[in-house]
Design a protein around this ligand. Structure first.
Ligand code: FE2
Ligand code: FE2
Length: 145
C-alpha cells in the first residue's frame, strides 16, 4: 500500500499529542488525589484513559500502515496550584488537539485516504466533546462556588 509520508507525519504528531494528554491528565489526577479531591481525581483519570484509547487507535492505524508507533518528546505535564489552573491547562491542550485533528483530517482528505479521514474525524469529534466537558466543569464550579 502506498502511504503518503505527510499523512504518517500527521498520525505521529497526533500520537505525540495523545501520549502528552495521557501524561497530563494522569499527573493531574495524582495531584488532585494528593489534594484530597477524590472526585476530581477520578474525573481526570477517566480523561486520561480516553486519551490512552485515542493513542491506541492511532497506533493501530500506524501499524496497519507498516510503521512502528513512535511518539516524540513529551512536554512536561502542566500542573498548577488549584483546580482552575488545571482546567485552564486542559482547555488549552484540548483546543490544540482540535486544531491538530482538523488540519490532519484536511490533509488526509486531500490525499483521498478515507480510512485515515474517518479515524481523524472521529477523534476530532471526541476532542470537541472534551472542550465542552471542561467548559461544563468550569460552569459548574462557578455556579457552586
Ligand atoms: Fe485525545
Ligand atoms: Fe482530549
Amino acid at each position: 500500500m502506498h502511504v503518503d509520508p505527510r499523512t504518517l507525519g500527521w498520525l505521529s504528531r497526533a500520537l505525540t499529542h495523545e501520549m502528552s494528554a495521557l501524561q497530563q491528565y494522569l499527573a493531574q489526577s495524582v495531584l488532585a488525589r494528593l489534594w484530597g479531591d477524590t472526585a476530581l481525581a477520578a474525573k481526570l483519570r477517566h480523561e486520561a484513559l480516553e486519551e490512552m484509547e485515542h493513542a491506541e487507535r492511532l497506533m493501530e492505524r500506524l501499524i496497519l500502515l507498516g510503521v512502528a508507533p513512535s511518539a516524540g518528546n513529551l512536554p512536561p505535564a502542566r500542573l498548577g496550584r488549584g483546580v482552575d489552573d488545571l482546567l485552564a491547562a486542559d482547555r488549552q491542550l484540548e483546543l490544540d488537539a482540535v486544531r491538530l485533528y482538523q488540519e490532519a483530517a484536511a490533509h488526509a482528505r486531500r490525499m483521498r485516504d478515507g480510512d485515515s479521514v474517518a479515524l481523524l474525524e472521529a477523534i476530532l469529534e471526541e476532542e470537541r466533546a472534551h472542550v465542552q466537558e471542561l467548559d461544563d466543569m468550569q460552569t459548574q464550579r462557578v455556579q457552586h462556588g
